[in-house]
Design a protein around this ligand. Sequence first.
Ligand code: KG4
Ligand code: ZN
Length: 340
Amino acid sequence: MNVTILGIESSCDDTSAAVIENGYLLSNRIANQQVHKEYGGVVPELASRAHQQNIVPVVDAALKEAGRSLADISAIAYTRGPGLMGALLVGSSFSKGLSMALNVPLIDINHLHAHILSVFIVRNKNEKRFPGFPFLCLLVSGGHTQLVVMKNHLTMEIIGQTIDDAAGEAFDKCAKVMGLPYPGGPLIDELARQGDPHAYTFAKAVVKGLDFSFSGLKTSFLYFLRDRLHENKAFINDHKHDLCASLQETIIDSLMQKLIMAAKETGINDIAIAGGVSANSGLREAVNRLGARKDWRVYIPAMQYATDNAAMIAITGYYKYLNGQFSSQQMTPIARFDHL
Ligand code: KG4
Ligand code: ZN
């Protein structure tokens, strides 16, 4: 019998639905919310309203693209958290209602766990190239920066994390300082391609062990620009490529330094990256380069599965389904998780 999982993601500003059957992706639809652009960040109330408008058409489109009907669904996997409470409520309430109507089980998914399992998303068996267990994952998103040891698909241990800002936040906050629109990460990536990564140096935090810190970088970047703007009002515009390249290099360097340490301490050579920042071309190159030097086997999610999507929710749901891990109608969303 087929195991067909409908995945639903609504933790931030993307409404997404995906269908995974027997471990293979059949469809992955994402409705991005444009309403936040003019506000310089995600406005929670607007996100909830947009999810409410998008969720039915997105689920419908995902089923159609998959060539499946509601009657084919074995279980519904939805993001329980972490994320914006109002946004999570839309996806979880919709999923609960649909699971009752179809009389199929519900599976609650931790969004961060799902980011890590994005390296298991494939459309067919020729694409299969999966990490072995245990593997080490550098999880870098808008709200989280963690080093995680995956012992199997469902068991993990956080061995390092940021003590303040996440890497994605560092990209976005520094972009804002430069007057770039939200989210700044992808724009910095684009501008950095034509810049010199060694044009400027910014302060890198010294944090012991496998933890990270990025809040000092934003301050250092802000003061640097303030001084330069005194001398030249057009400094940012005149040097935006070099600024972005140098900033990106600083963030990547901090991440790589801890990744190397973690690989050494754990003795693990199967290395993955995941989360929105893993879409960064500089980071992808850096991990690949390092992997070749250190003899690591490197796993990087395809671009479309690096940022928020429901395919990662569905694949995590698939592994939880195989393990009989279902959730009840009583379960409520959680905005913040202290654990994975
Ligand atoms: O995983 P994600 O889509 O959402 C969260 O779970 O937070 O990550 C979003 C973060 C944002 O901070 C965004 O600026 C960053 O990922 N991001 C990037 C790139 N694409 C997305 N950062 C750097 N370079 C990129 N190409
Ligand atoms: Zn995410």
